[in-house]
Write a protein that binds this ligand. Structure first.
Ligand code: B4P
Length: 190
């Protein structure tokens, strides 16, 4: 099975590259951001809690996210493998993912770290905010998301390096050029 963690700062292209990976490799897709936005739209208990965190640019607490992820994972067919988009975002989430996959007789195959300059991240997210109207794509919230990324999420790069799973991808340039680099990294471990 091919289990890919797609990783990077907010706006680094995780969702964008995930769509191309799914088409090329036939993987199931789990985007914690998409699941949370659906919960918010459905006004579920989890959605109502998550909304408060997301609107401030903070992470939703680990225990809620890990529980949510386990349920979504069980609903997937996982025949070819899964792309994890936006999860894990903290060390406890990464450890929980390892346990969940090991219990299912599998593991993370590779972590693709999309590296993009901060100024470009801000420009991309502001542009998306204008088009999609996503409430967390405004300058104030973007700045707190980036601060949270540096303090809580970026340390995962070292975690996956120590696991021997880390692959750095230059995330600047056209979507197609970046996808070529992504494919090279995936094909190298297949
Ligand atoms: P996410 O939905 O994961 O949002 P994101 O980090 O902003 O990345 P996204 O995938 O949407 O954007 P992409 O880089 O593809 O999370 C939202 C919030 O949910 C988090 O802040 C957090 O509160 C909560 N959350 C989610 N998962 C969680 C977890 N595990 N634990 C706790 N909380 C969690 O693209 C951005 C833009 O750039 C797009 O408009 C795209 O078109 C554009 N773009 C992409 N590639 C480009 C390129 N090469 N050139 C120019 N533009 C490009």
């Amino acid at each position: 099975m091919l289990n890919v963690v797609i990783f990077g700062a907010p706006g680094s292209g995780k969702g964008t590259q995930s769509e191309l990976i799914i088409k090329a490799y036939g993987l199931d897709h789990i985007s914690t951001g998409d699941v949370l936005r659906a919960e918010i739209k459905g006004q579920t208990e989890l959605g109502n809690i998550a909304e408060g965190y997301i609107s401030k640019g903070q992470l939703v607490p680990d225990e809620l996210i890990i529980d949510m992820l386990a349920k979504v994972l069980d609903s997937k067919k996982t025949s070819e493998g899964v792309i994890f988009d936006g999860f894990p975002r903290t060390i406890p989430q990464a450890k929980a993912l390892k346990v969940m996959l090991n219990e299912r007789g599998t593991d993370v195959s590779v972590m693709l770290n999309l590296e993009v300059a901060e100024e470009e991240l801000i420009q991309r997210l502001l542009k998306r905010g204008e088009i999609s109207g996503r409430s967390d794509d405004n300058l104030e919230t973007i700045k707190s998301r980036l601060a949270v990324y540096h303090s809580q999420t970026a340390p995962l790069a070292t975690y996956y390096m120590e696991e021997g799973k880390h692959s750095a991808i230059k995330g600047m340039g056209t979507v197609e050029d970046i996808f070529t680099r992504v494919q090279e990294a995936i094909n190298a471990i297949k």
